[in-house]
Design a protein around this ligand. Structure first.
Ligand code: ZN
Length: 422
């Protein structure tokens, strides 16, 4: 896992503001002025603020009347600034890059650019191939696309020795997470047996790699926590969560990732989704995929799918459970399971935020979940808030997302490490 001390950067930040330390020069960096800034820590938004960025990192947030000498000023009068969104469960594959991008690495970068264009500046890929790891390792932290963590291939076999070998192989590749799947797909397949699950957990413990787990049922969620799961990567969808699950999540301080929009993706294409006419969707939409899921046969199969009908019920259950877990103080990390077919990366994160609001979470709870809480769940110390020393990953909005989470879609600009995303 990426765990870096930010102390040096904080000291650097203070020096730059106070111009009082050696080794810093007054008049460098950029000031983004005139904004209402919500820094992701849970502190109230600051009106008429300026965000000072230097070397790709946040130096300070100051009153707009108190901007230190900088090399450049970007006037963003009347705009709202929030940290870049952190996505705790997606799948990066390169499938969404433009057709003319041919190299597998560049296709993965194309996916990461798409995320960033939608304000999602960090993506945890919980199931992918080695190309994603190669791109992660080759990336500079200041590249103007989303940062990526990767889990390698999802582990789902039934033989303990074989899954142990798979887990060791992923660990040797340097994955950030191990990902395993315990699900019978609504009774259509056999669940991963518990001795195989335990074998993967053992590798995770031995190699100090957290294990993110796919699940559907409450009882499986509890068992996965007992066995050492480091993240519940989906909602409990079969029944109401209970105090036993809540206590287990709180005691172990494990994060819960709702992936509500994943349920929507199973049934929504029975009809034409409203968002197919939404300019915010259309700006970066993959029109080939829109066409595929709009085709009459696809829509008919979706309309007649029994699993789609069951997942529609599961969505309501998941939303009720989300509200209970949020109120109980469980750490909720925004995640969508975007990336596979029909799950549009970047746009789906904003749908997720809306579904969280529909579940009864406040805009502030949702934004925390999608920034600092998700970053904490991913053990990232340098993104998720706009505090001094953190990477200057931020989104400029024209409307206030703390009033209405729909405003997350009013994106004017996105920055990764202080670099504007095109
Ligand atoms: Zn997934």
């Amino acid at each position: 896992m990426t765990k870096r001390s930010i102390r040096d950067s904080v000291i650097f930040g203070l020096c730059a503001v106070l111009s009082a330390c050696s080794g810093t020069t007054a008049g460098t960096g950029t000031a983004y002025t005139g904004v209402t800034l919500w820094d992701g820590t849970g502190a109230p938004a600051i009106q008429d603020a300026a965000l000072i960025v230097d070397g790709g990192r946040v130096v300070a947030v100051v009153p707009a009347s108190d901007v230190p000498p900088v090399a450049e000023t970007v006037a963003l009068d009347g705009m709202y600034v929030i940290p870049g969104l952190v996505e705790a469960h997606a799948h990066v594959s390169g499938a969404w890059a433009p057709d003319d991008v041919t190299s597998p690495e560049d296709r993965v970068r194309g996916d990461l650019l798409l995320y960033a264009q939608y304000g999602v500046t960090t993506v945890n890929s919980l199931g992918d191939d080695e190309t994603v790891l190669a791109v992660r390792d080759a990336a500079s932290p200041t590249d103007p696309h989303a940062r990526v963590l990767a889990a390698g291939a999802v582990i789902a076999g039934s033989d303990p020795a074989a899954v142990r070998a798979d887990a060791v192989r992923n660990a040797d590749l340097g994955v950030d997470w191990l990902k395993l799947r315990v699900d019978d797909n609504l009774g259509a397949s056999t669940k991963m047996p518990w001795d195989a699950v335990a074998a993967v957990m053992e590798v995770g413990r031995a190699r100090d790699i957290p294990v993110a787990t796919h699940l559907f049922y409450l009882e499986d969620a509890k068992r996965l926590l007992e066995l050492g799961s480091g993240m519940l990567a989906h909602s409990v969808r079969d029944t109401d969560v209970d105090q036993e699950l809540i206590d287990s999540l709180l005691e172990r301080d494990v994060c819960y990732v709702p992936t509500l929009v994943r349920e929507v993706s199973t049934f929504v294409y029975a009809e034409r989704p409203d968002w197919f006419d939404d300019p915010f969707f259309l700006e970066h939409a993959d029109m080939d995929e829109v066409e595929r899921v709009s085709e009459a046969g696809f829509m008919e199969r979706t309309a007649n799918s029994r699993s789609a009908a069951a997942y529609r019920v599961g969505l309501g259950q998941a939303q009720r459970n989300l509200k209970v877990l949020q109120d109980a103080g469980v750490r909720i990390a925004m995640g969508t399971d975007a990336g596979p077919a029909a799950r549009f990366p970047g746009f789906f994160e904003h749908e997720e935020l809306s579904l969280m609001a529909e579940a009864g979470l406040t805009p502030e709870q949702i934004l925390l979940s999608a920034t600092s809480v998700a970053a904490g769940c991913l053990e990232l110390d340098d993104v998720g808030t706009l505090e001094p020393g953190k990477w200057a990953d931020f989104v400029v909005l024209s409307e206030d997302p703390l009033r209405d989470i729909q405003a997350s879609r009013t994106i004017e600009q996105v920055y990764v490490a202080g670099q504007r995303v095109e």
